[in-house]
Ligand binder design. Structure first.
Ligand SMILES: Nc1ncnc2c1ncn2[C@@H]1O[C@H](COP(=O)(O)OP(=O)(O)O)[C@@H](O)[C@H]1O
Ligand SMILES: [Mg+2]
Length: 248
């Protein structure tokens, strides 16, 4: 491939005040259109990695480049603007605003980005429709199931057509059937071309959702492999893997 990667980290390290670095010299790149699982135990640096890519935090050293932008060099305003334009995020506990309706939650990112209310509403309704949530547009988040709330969060994340969707343990708070629902939704979105980074500690979720898995151990990349068995479902058994270096 000759195109520049969508995400490019070079020797990226993040140290907090005490203890070992949360991220220790990570170098990786992700092409547009990939779905990559970031796998690792609790404390291995997964959320730190996402936060650096989202520009929510700055590395102590090394670089973070997304879509040609040196995210590690952005100031506060530049970073907020970058996030609004390029990043959609979903989280384990959805992070919806409880005093806003579903529709208003989904409209928030567009309104922050300066889109007119009418246009924002049109796009939000369309997204909720495509995610099967249009019937719930006027509901408040507390009335919805976990799986439904995550769908709303996905709609919100997609509102500004982000180059990159970051998902931090998106099925971590869901029952198994809702988790499967969200997993398929991520697969579908990636099938439509959406680049996704999926953070999880669940090996099966990683293997059945992402075509590539990067495993972090103590803040360093321990493994970076292609999953050939993606989408085969959990009954398919252990996917065969081969080093990413082996493919184009
Ligand atoms: N704001 C912070 N201040 C100090 N230490 C932190 C902070 N955020 C994360 N850490 C530490 O960095 C390491 C990696 O954390 P994190 O990226 O949240 O891991 P994961 O998401 O894989 O569970 C952990 O040891 C954690 O305690
Ligand atoms: Mg985490």
């Amino acid at each position: 491939m000759t195109n520049a990667p969508l995400i490019d980290l070079r020797d990226t390290t993040k140290k907090y005040d005490d203890g070992p670095p949360a991220l220790a010299g990570v170098t990786l790149s992700v092409a547009s259109g990939e779905c990559v699982a970031i796998l690792g135990h609790s404390g291995s640096g997964k959320s730190t990695l996402l936060n650096l890519i989202a520009g929510l935090d700055r590395p102590s050293s090394g670089s973070v480049t997304v879509d040609g932008t040196r995210v590690d060099r952005l100031g506060e305003a530049g970073s907020a603007k970058y996030r609004r334009a390029s990043i959609g995020m979903i989280f384990q506990f959805f992070n919806l605003l409880d005093d806003l309706t579903v529709l208003d939650n989904v409209m928030v990112p567009a309104q922050l980005a300066g889109m007119g209310k009418g246009e924002a509403k049109r796009r939000a309704v369309e997204l909720l429709g495509s995610l099967g949530m249009d019937r719930h547009a006027k509901a408040y988040p507390q009335r919805l199931s976990g799986g439904q709330r995550q769908r709303v969060a996905v709609a919100r994340a997609l509102m500004n057509k982000p180059a990159l969707l970051l998902a931090d343990e998106p099925t971590g708070a869901l029952d198994s059937s809702s988790a499967e629902d969200v997993r398929r939704l991520l697969l579908d979105l990636n099938g439509e071309g959406q680049t996704i980074l999926l953070v999880t500690h669940d090996v099966q979720l990683a293997a059945s959702t992402a075509r590539r898995t990067i495993e972090l151990v103590d803040g360093a990349v321990e493994r970076d492999v292609i999953n050939d068995g993606r989408g085969a479902g959990l009954a398919a058994g252990t996917p065969t893997t081969r080093p990413t270096g082996a493919v184009g």
